[in-house]
Ligand binder design. Structure first.
Ligand code: GDP
Ligand code: IMO
Ligand code: MG
Length: 427
């Protein structure tokens, strides 16, 4: 009964989409368990490039059943937009299952996300503006709208009216925006009801039955460990649990089901939006990583902040998620560098610190202590076995592996689907 959880190890955009796609041919179900269309996964299949936001990346593989489980927040316009874009490119999307308990992102959540960010000014989080935070806030506040609510107009009206009561005061009196009427929200949400109904089910029941029947289920995390609302660089995080624990609560399976936890980690580090980032580069090296790694957001197009690999973060990811295997991505981007610095510990106000500090101010003050590794010049994009990698590339990978606390089972050497070196089978 293999249940596999796959999460991001850093601040997102590690290549989770590609890693999921790699495993998809050997799995039966792929589950998106957290986040919403703040995610952006680019998957390259042959000459085709797909950008997925709300749908799990496994949807691209024929025969896989994609699932959006209860932990996700769903923008219905985005959902149907993505589905029709994929089907017009010949992808079969008919098996998609959607949890009756997932929460819905409405127009007032999107509006509130944008106006609160504007209001924060310099202190803004740099959210994707997709309404993620306000929707999860309503969920926790018990005034959210769930998928099942849109099939009963009476219940939907009650819930939308009570959710809007305070929000309209906020929008009009504080943020100087127009009030949103319950009718406009209800009309919009109900316009999707007939198309949504056949996809909706008890996804927890379906996934547990699948595991009972020895099917393989992959739980594909959005965002990443350092963006997790509990374990990330709060408040510069997303509003969901992007770590492996989130796969359990976000889908309704128990911890005893999980056999393997895979973390996807980039051979350097990137971050979008605000917040601390000890190894961030502001010089030509950062520009080099950005342009060579094509580090521009899949969702918002923003240039990603770039920096060297941070080993304490990988070790932290192993601890928080119970990582069994890493997939290292984008090793090819480092080709051509003379020296590759790796952060092995931090200096916090004159003291060496080996682990990610629990105190946020300490993390803000942390400066990296680097160890330098020698680079390589050979093109590695065609390499398919570890032994064929240049000696210095092998040394780099083995050093990162040693510092991370879990084995590096696969190594990405290019964006293409097959540009990967597999050292240990992941399924
Ligand atoms: P995700 O959000 O974790 O799924 O990652 P994104 O898709 O946002 O960003 C990762 C980017 O790196 C995508 O454009 C991928 O096509 C690309 N990518 C993934 N693995 C590799 C790799 O090993 N080498 C290179 N050069 N690109 C990769
Ligand atoms: P994938 O799945 C990178 C960041 C935003 C912002 C913060 C909060 O592609 O790795 P939100 O809209 O979630 O409230 O924004 O989180 N963020 C991401 N950064 N990759 C992502 O997803 C992200 N999803 C959210 O930039 O700093
Ligand atoms: Mg991404």
């Amino acid at each position: 009964m293999p249940a596999i959880v796959l999460v991001g190890a850093q601040w997102g955009d590690e290549g989770k989409g590609k890693a999921t796609d790699l495993l998809a041919s050997r799995i039966d179900y792929v589950v998106k368990f957290n986040g919403g269309n703040n995610a952006g996964h680019t998957v390259v299949v042959g000459n085709e490039k797909y950008a997925l936001h709300l749908l799990p990346s496994g949807i691209l593989t024929p025969g896989v059943t994609p699932v959006i489980s209860n932990g996700v927040v769903i923008d219905l316009e985005v959902l149907f937009g993505e589905l029709s874009a994929l089907s017009s490119r010949g992808i079969d999307v008919s098996r998609l299952r959607v949890s009756a308990n997932a929460h819905i992102i409405t127009s007032y959540h999107r509006t509130l996300d944008k106006v609160t960010e504007r209001f924060l000014g310099k202190r803004q989080i740099g959210t994707t503006g997709r309404g993620i935070g306000p929707t999860y806030a309503d969920k926790i506040n018990r005034v959210g709208i769930r998928v099942q609510d849109i099939f009963d107009e009476g219940i939907l009206r009650q819930k939308v009216e009570s959710a809007l009561e305070i929000k309209n005061h906020l929008l009009v009196k504080i943020y100087n925006r127009r009030a949103i009427t319950a009718d406009e929200v209800i009309t919009e949400l109900m316009s999707y009801a007939d198309r949504l109904r056949p996809m909706v089910c008890d996804t927890s029941l379906e996934l547990n039955s699948a595991l009972d029947a020895n099917k393989t289920v992959l739980f594909e995390g959005g965002q990443a460990t350092m963006l997790d609302v509990d374990h990330g660089t709060y408040p510069f995080v997303t509003s969901s649990n992007a770590t492996s624990g989130g796969a359990l609560t976000g889908s309704g399976i128990g911890p005893t089901r999980v056999d393997r936890v895979i973390a996807v980690v980039k051979a350097y580090t990137t971050r979008v939006g605000s917040g601390p980032f000890p190894t961030e580069l502001f010089d030509d090296s950062g520009e080099y990583l950005r342009s060579k790694g094509f580090e521009f957001g899949t969702t918002t197009g923003r240039p990603r902040r770039c920096g060297w690999y941070d080993a304490p973060i990988a070790r932290y990811t192993t601890r928080i998620n119970g990582v069994t295997d890493f997939v290292l991505t984008k090793l090819d981007v480092l080709t051509g560098l003379d020296e590759i610095p790796v952060c092995v510990a931090y200096d916090v106000d004159g003291t060496r610190v080996d682990e990610v500090p629990v105190n946020q101010s300490d993390f803000h003050h942390a400066t990296p202590i680097y160890e330098n590794f020698s680079g390589w010049t050979e093109d590695i994009t065609g390499v398919r076995t570890f032994d064929d990698l240049p000696a210095n590339a092998q040394k780099y990978v083995l050093a990162l592996e040693k510092m991370s606390g879990a084995r590096f089972s696969a190594i990405g050497v290019g964006p293409a689907r097959d540009a990967i070196v597999v050292r240990h089978d992941l399924v």
